[in-house]
Structure formats: structure tokens, C-alpha cells
Design a protein around this ligand. Sequence first.
Ligand SMILES: Cc1ncc(COP(=O)(O)O)c(C=O)c1O
Length: 405
Amino acid sequence: MAQKLIYLDNAATTPVDPRVLEVMLPYYRENFGNSASRNHQFGWVAEEATENARKQVAAVINADPKEIIWTSGSTESNNLAILGAARMYADKGRHLVTSLIEHKAVIDPCKFLQSQGYEVTFLQPDNKGRVSVEQVREALRPDTVLVSLMFANNEIGTIHPIPEIGALCHEKGVLFHTDATQAFGKVPVDVEAMQIDLLSMSAHKIYGPKGVGALYVRRKKPRVRLEPVIYGGGHERGMRSGTLNVPGIVGFGEAARIAKEEMPAESKRLAGLRDRMWAGLSEHLTDIARNGDPQHCLPNILNVSFLYVEGESLMMGFSDIAVSSGSACTSASLEPSYVLKNIGLGDDLAHSSIRFSLGRFTTTEEVDYTIKSVVRTVNHLRAMSPLYEMAQAGIDLSKVEWQHH
Ligand SMILES: Cc1ncc(COP(=O)(O)O)c(C=O)c1O
């Protein structure tokens, strides 16, 4: 019989919660209407469902339901926020501020804008992955129209000083967008208290379906306007045309409702498991380092570098546990993670890192089993590693002159 697999890659995606699937099913079967059909029962039922979901998603971030724009996920939300704001406010200025460790779904639209004559400042975070308010303040210019900084990082879990950055942006009259894909439903987010103007969310990171997300767009103080990226029938206040994915949106709403309700207890439980994992690993292994900021981080992400061991080999050593490594994550190339490199890790440490991301269905037994497997694999790989042997013998590996052929 196939061995049971352990899933510790919840930052990549999560399974759909059975409770979420249950509320979605009727919208594939009998309630299949188009929410834009205004003149019959099928349309009304679908519209009521999407409006109910709008309230559920808005409630998680203290927004007005009218401020929620449905999209296909955070990639689209980020594109709409960045391209939409940059184009709408181009007359005011053509400068944006972001960071070097954003998700590609922020970095790439920014790079595209650079190719169109905009200027973008990419801030360098500290070695724990945080950007400071002072850095943002120094980067602001009279022609800055948008600051886009993620709420929490997807590889290391570090949380930026969001309320302080929001306050600064509002004081200076600059729009503030945050990619909250990893934070939404996991830690408290309040668009009013934190003075956020645009916020990206995705259902599949919170036990909802894939291919559905939302962008929060502030309507008051200030009223934010966006040039659409997708033109058409004028759905979603003209900002995102296209027939709504009704079952997906219903699922996103229910997933958001559950996440909000369970957050206080669940975030404590996850932080407890994450700390148990780190304690277990550091008790049994030397030469390991935790990446990120233990003071300001998501409860469910633990990123660890195992010196003298390659992340990819490690992963092969425990093939019944699904995790992500710091190498080759977003592409087919073997480039180490740009996030880890940009917080100051050398290629070797970046290549030797593993991201464990825990979730709603992770158990204590799974964490304990993982600790044992990782410890066994690391010890095994190090026992075979000449580099580890040299390091143990006191040789400084950075001073070694390697022979090239
Ligand atoms: C921080 C962050 N932003 C954006 C995305 C993209 O989200 P989606 O898969 O919904 O397009 C992800 C998911 O990998 C993410 O972690």
C-alpha cells in the first residue's frame, strides 16, 4: 500500500476544506445562474451568493463589501492594483516603490512598467526580510504614486511594519498596496486601522478553491480609481470585466468565514507546531539556521538552512514529506531563491534551505515524524559529504581554492 504523504507545503497551496466544497456544490448543480442575469431567478440566486461572499471576505479585513473586486487570484489582483493605479495616476507621477523580495506577481508588473518609462525603487530588506518605515520615507518622491509591499513573505514568513507604512503613505498622499496573499485569514488584517488602499487576496491559500481571489479597493479617504487590465461587460464596478466564477466565489466566502472564526485558536496552534518543529530540529542538529524574523512572522512558516546539505537532496531523502526548497522553486532553473539571496544569504545557504509551511490539517504526529526524518536525512547526507568533513576538521571552506577543469 502507498505510504501516507505528509503535506507541509501549505504556503504553495492548501487543500479545499470539506466544509467549503459542500457549500460550493449547489452552485455547480441547480444554482448555476450567471450573477449578471438581472431578469430571472437563476441570476438572482447567483447574485445573492456572490454578494454574501463579498460580505464574508470584506469582514476578514474590516472593509465595506462594495470595496471587494473579484479576480482569478492574487497574481491578477497584484497586476490590477499595480498596473491599474500606475496608469490611472500617470499624470500625477510615474514612480513606484516596492521591495526586492516581493512575489514575482508584483516584481514582474513593476518591471513591465519600467519598460514603459516608469521608475521603480526596489527596497533592500534587512537580513530578516523586513523593510523599515524610514526606508520607505526616504524612497518617496513628489512623483511617487504607489507603494507596494507584501504583508508577509511567502518564503520566510516575515511580516513588514504594515500599519506604520500605511500611516506614512497616507500622510504623504501616496497609495499603499499590500500583497496579503499569505497573511489574509492567518493574522489580523484591518484596512482601516492599517490605512491600506489596495490589498490582494487568494482563496487557495486559505482552504478555498484555486483560480479565485479578490482585490480590496478603498472607496473613501481616498477613493481609489484603477484603470482596468481586463475590459468587457463592466462587471465589478468596471474594474474587472467577465462573468463571475460563482461557485469559486462562494467557496472563497465560506473559506474566509471559517478562517476568521478559527483564526485566534488556529494561529496559536500553528505557532505552537512551528516552534515545536524548530525546537526539535535544533535539539538534534548542529549547523542549522532559521531564516526570517522570529519576532514578526506568520504562525505557519518555518524556513531553515541546513549547512553542508543541498535542499534538493534533502527533499529526495524524505520523499513522503512535501516541502519547498530554496533552490529552483519558481522556475526550471537551478538558481537559488532570490528572496533568500536578497536577505543576505550566500548561494550555499540559500541552496541548503527548506520551507516547512504548516496548515489546518497538520498534526503534532506529522511534525514529530518530520523532525525525525529530517534529522536522519541530514545526518546521513553529512556523513557522506566531504565538505562537512573538511568543515569539521576546521578548514574554512570559503578560503579553499577549488580546482577547475
Ligand atoms: C505572496 C504571494 N503573492 C502572490 C501569489 C500568487 O497568488 P495566486 O496563486 O492566487 O495567483 C502567491 C502564491 O504563490 C504568493 O504567495
